[in-house]
Design a protein around this ligand. Sequence first.
Ligand code: ACM
Length: 550
Amino acid sequence: MTHPDTDLIPLPRRAQHGPPAGGEGTTLDERTEIEARPGTERVARWLRQTVGAATGLPLAPFRDSGNRIVLQLDPETERELGPEGYRLVTDGPLTVIEGGGEAGLFWGAQTLRQLLGPDAFRRAPTAPDKRTWPLPALRIEDAPRFRWRGMMLDVARHFLPKDGVLRYLDLLAAHKLNVLHLHLTDDQGWRIEITRYPKLTEVGGWRERTKLGHRASPLWDERPHGGFYTQDDIREIVAYAAERHITVVPEIDIPGHSQAAIAAYPELGNSDVVDTAALKVWDTWGVNPNVLAPTENTLRFYENVLEDVLALFPAPFVHIGGDECPKDQWRASPTAQARIAELGLAGEDELQSWFIRHFDRWLTARGRRLIGWDEIIEGGLAEGAAVSSWRGYGGGIAAARAGHDVVMCPEQQVYLDHRQHASMDEPVPIGFVRTLEDVYRFEPVPAELSGEEAARIMGTQANAWSEVMDSQQRVDYQVFPRLTAFAEVAWSQLPPSDARDYQDFTRRMTAHYARLDALGVGYRPPAGPHPWQRRPGVLGRPIDGAPPNV
Ligand code: ACM
């Protein structure tokens, strides 16, 4: 348990306060230098750029000051706490951060920033004559529970401009989260430039209008909506993430959720059953019947798309979606039926797994691993493939038992687009009511797994679908403060759900709200939305327990 005056989130593994940790603590001031030992220069740069900007302190490279921040990589810390572990000690004039690896050092630097108080989260000093920044006397040892601590941003339903993505990378880093899953393609938009197929973004990158609210809502936003990331934008996002020890996992959804691609290249769709040339980028929400045709042309097209994706994203995993693929068109399509016969498949369900297995082999041959939504386990997978368990724990349990790695992200617990209170004041309420406390009590590892099976749970992820989140403010409102509770679940060694100290978490949240305010995050206040955060008149789906698809 931490000392009340530090209020760290996520909770560190061990924290000791006062002597012998460092007596009176220490103070950063204009003489404080950064002694960056080998391999720590990037973290030193981050400290100078962020903490330096917020405090106005130069944090100059070490020359001769006694008062300094020492950054080093330490093999013993790595042995004991792993590459993402760190030790932080304030000891008289020295503030020492030792990382198991560079990532651990970076998480230690994030802790240092929290210890400096909320103003350390601003981009410039509010009190330029404040020359001293005290740090409490303490010794921290810390390491994450899970190696995959993720958030999914759906930039397909509503585009989040590049600056917003970079901002979210900073917000993830401030919470020691290390995976950004970018949902780049869907029926409502294609958001990544692909060199060979310019129409994916020219045509697929925008729609003429947008359903406002749940799909049953009568309202439309008649403004065109769109946008995409150029390949240089993606390179910038990936590099910015890497500096913050965040891996960006791209998602290119197949064979469902593909209407934007079909609108751009009609031959990708089942043109023997629907007039795919007449399809536009979809303007409303739900599960869409217009899915990819199971042809060689489609396979080659997506291989070419993925060639670009592999060149842009160094992540070991590529997400290929695989969820919610209605089979009606394949049932009606002579081309699909001929393919089923030719491959000797039992039916349309096996055609879906044939699609997935093709790209599973294709990615494996290129040294990458496929990850997909839990529908993909239905047809059997190659050994290296991993599963995002979204329809509950069941898919993840089955996948772990079959020897696959799993990311737990059940919609019943960690879909952040879902309403966070039962009140009708919640903006465009959809899905389950999941409060801050519900998320705090979320347990990613189901009790029925054996130790060996549980080791397959790589980690956990919170998903922010954007059908009803049409702006950065709406994203902030849905994501925060719940992402903060989620970050503690993903990082800290918490007791079982019922035994978690939610009171202590809410106490620490008081300090954390001040950090979020300094960062400019438009979170949901504990007492409910500000008037300007409400969306009166925009229909959500106000039935608790309803299926979550808007
Ligand atoms: C999903 O929510 N369709 C993965």
